[in-house]
Design a protein around this ligand. Sequence first.
Ligand SMILES: *Cc1c(COP(=O)(O)O)cnc(C)c1O
Length: 221
Amino acid sequence: METLQDRLTAVRSRIARAAERVHRDPADILLLAVTKIFPAETICAAYHLGLREFGENYVQEFEGKAPALTRLEGARFHLIGHLQSNKSKKAAELFHTIQTVDSAKLARRLNEAGSPLDVMLEVKLSSEEAKSGAAAGELPDLIAAVRSCGNLNLLGLMTMPPWSDDPEAARPVFRALRELAERHGLHGLSMGMSHDLETAIEEGSTCVRVGTALFGKRKKQ
Ligand SMILES: *Cc1c(COP(=O)(O)O)cnc(C)c1O
């Protein structure tokens, strides 16, 4: 049986090899462990293997796990799923980073929660209907809005390309996100998941969000 430690070693070496190909330092790439659907015990197990940053998709689901995680000193939690502004206060309490800010209204609500918060802007770079995120053309105004919010620290951009088995399919999307970030003077790039993290790293990702390759297949909720 493959253990979590085995899978973590494999993911770390995939990150290192991809970084090496493009002469990047793997230390500049955050491995965000995506633990949606998995219980708090999974997060604790990953923490004890050295992981410190975790991604969750749903405010309510994470609210249920949070009480079991208070002793994980130095652990940081990122919201990577869509956030409705009526849940922004709760989200600001529970998470250290919100990666999915996609409107000025949401930014203002998070700012009003009153504590310092790291944020990324989710950008939608394909025409797929279901995906959330701001359009590239909305970014200048959105960036200005976030920068005027004293509690929000803007780290960069995040995207989720349309699903495809082929990791190369996402390359143009990753490249477009990097170009947008450069144009707006932003450093952070949250892009790449279990199946396409190499492509994302080659295109400049600073944060790969990895669930399945670490924890195995998720059961449908
Ligand atoms: C679930 C999820 C991931 C992780 O996907 P895997 O394919 O399991 O690695 C990454 N990013 C977001 C936004 C997700 O919802």
